[in-house]
Ligand binder design. Structure first.
Ligand code: F0G
Length: 488
């Protein structure tokens, strides 16, 4: 990826970290050297080329919902970074090595050791993906009358909390709600708000405090070590456990290394272990920073909770040495965990996401800033001010990117959040289109193409029209709703 010191890094000079050198020595090189993908390609998947006419027809068939598109008809798939990464030769070797013993498989022990090398919690409980870990944990600790604060709960986390009758509360810092606000750790917990939530509801009703690293729903924004420490202090004041939703922990650790005073020389595994030392447990989706296509885990120190969680695991996922997984999946995660914490991988990962975001910003295309770790979020409300929120500017933009360039992103706005259980509609807080970058899948020329298409669409933004929902289910409508373009 061509590395540019774009407006964001320059911005840091005037930010809270102003009195430390902004660029490490090797980053100085990045001013003028391309950061190449730190891998060669051994196996390829063809991308089928298509025309605007073909894609227009596919859109009409799909009711203008990109979840309904056959992925063979997508050129660049940025729907999610979850489970969509390319595995390494080491990971594929692990797949072959996978031992499928029901109990006590060597693959389990390799997986457990890889997890505890970074996250030395006493209990590691494998699950088929992140939300299964959430479901089990909240079934044990949630329930009516309970309150679970977080910086920002991811959708499945919130849904799993609420499913038990508990209440999920977000306490991210104020900057976390402002798409254009620049802050190096925009995912930070507002620790005063957290303290107030605990006092208001009573510590007895707060079974656990969560921090999501990086904060996906807030734009893939990191949380600083200082903020984790401050959150820990609030938890200690009330005797509460702190858990991390650690899906993108390695990306978070890289941001700490780059942006937080005192960490420039620390290794990523050491930064991860320091994050672990501040927490009592974690939920994890191996589909993100374990570089695997499936998998996850729940880990914790508390023996009594672990016993209850394992009992539920056996009921819903499987025996505690495989969870809902095959031995080969455990091997893929074990190898992935070693690769994800390397500087070469993380430098490429974070800079390549920033490369896309900075190119869009330089073209005047409004995005959530700073650019996060795993995705670029275009501010569709700002780009399409002529389309009212309830005419789905995010959906209109996502559809246009697919039609013009075969790029599949995801609306995160009023289609996803605008409808309430009583059927009424109000605009969501933001109208975004997320372009999530699968890990190690696309090259710089793919991303250059994405930039060209978005610029082309943005230049014609005033011609885009809103979308009307013509059919929708009672809940989670964004997955299956059908739309039609609103005529001029
Ligand atoms: N927590 C966070 C922060 C996530 O981003 C996700 C998934 C989960 C938990 C659930 O993990 O998918 O393995 O069950 N995020 C995906 C996304 C789906 O596209 O952002 P899972």
């Amino acid at each position: 990826m061509t590395a540019q010191i774009g407006p964001l890094l320059v911005g840091w000079r005037f930010g809270p970290l102003s009195n430390r050198p902004q660029l490490l020595e090797d980053e100085t090189l990045e001013r003028w050297r391309t950061i190449i993908e730190p891998f060669r390609i051994k196996s390829v998947e063809p991308v089928r080329m298509s025309t605007v006419e073909e894609r227009s027809a596919r859109l009409a068939d799909a009711g203008y919902n990109l979840f309904n598109i056959h992925s063979d008809d997508v050129l660049i798939d940025l729907l999610t970074d979850s489970g969509t990464g390319a595995m390494s030769a080491e990971q594929w070797s692990g797949i072959q090595r996978g031992d499928e013993s029901y109990a006590g498989s060597p693959s389990w022990f390799r997986f457990r050791d890889a997890v505890t090398e970074l996250w030395p919690f006493r209990h590691v409980i494998p699950t088929h993906q992140g939300r299964a870990a959430e479901k089990i944990l909240f079934s044990v600790v949630g329930g009516p009358g309970k309150v679970i604060p977080s910086n920002t709960h991811f959708d499945t986390t919130r849904a799993n909390v609420e499913f038990t009758g508990a209440v999920a509360i977000d306490c991210v810092i104020a900057e976390g709600h402002e798409p254009a606000a620049i802050h190096p750790f925009k995912g930070n917990m507002d620790t005063e708000a957290l303290d107030a939530v605990i006092r208001e509801h009573g510590a007895d009703n707060v079974p656990v405090v969560f921090v999501t690293i990086t904060n996906n729903s807030g734009g893939g924004q990191p949380v600083s070590m200082a903020n984790l420490r401050a959150t820990r202090a609030v938890c200690d004041r009330y005797g509460l456990p702190l858990f991390l939703d650690a899906c993108r922990f390695a990306e978070n650790a890289w941001f700490i290394k780059q942006r937080e005073e005192g960490y420039a020389d620390a290794s990523i595994p050491d930064i991860v272990r320091e994050m672990a030392s501040l927490a009592d447990g974690m939920t994890m989706s191996g589909k993100k920073d374990a570089l695997a296509n499936i998998g996850g885990w729940l880990a914790m120190n508390d023996d009594a909770w672990a016993e209850q969680c394992r009992n539920l695991l056996i009921l819903t996922e499987g025996f505690p040495t495989y969870g809902g997984l095959a031995g080969r999946d455990l091997e893929a995660m074990a190898a992935g965990l070693r690769e994800v914490v390397t500087d070469d991988y993380l430098r490429y990962r974070i800079r390549s996401t920033a490369y896309l975001g900075e190119a869009l910003l330089e073209s005047g295309i409004p995005c959530v800033q700073p650019i996060g770790g795993h995705a670029v979020y275009i501010d569709a409300a700002a780009l399409l001010p002529h389309i009212p929120a309830l005419e789905s500017p995010g959906q209109a933009l996502a559809v246009a990117l697919y039609r013009e360039g075969g790029i599949r992103g995801c609306e995160i706005g009023s289609v996803m959040f605008g409808r309430h259980p009583d059927g009424t509609e109000t605009p969501a807080a933001m109208e975004l289109v997320r372009l999530a970058i699968p890990r190690r899948v696309y090259t710089q020329s793919h991303i250059d193409y994405v930039i060209e298409v978005i610029r082309w669409v943005a230049e014609r933004a005033s011609e885009l029209r809103g979308m009307r929902i013509v059919q929708q289910p009672a809940a989670l409508r964004h997955f299956t709703a059908r739309f039609e373009p609103i005529a001029q």
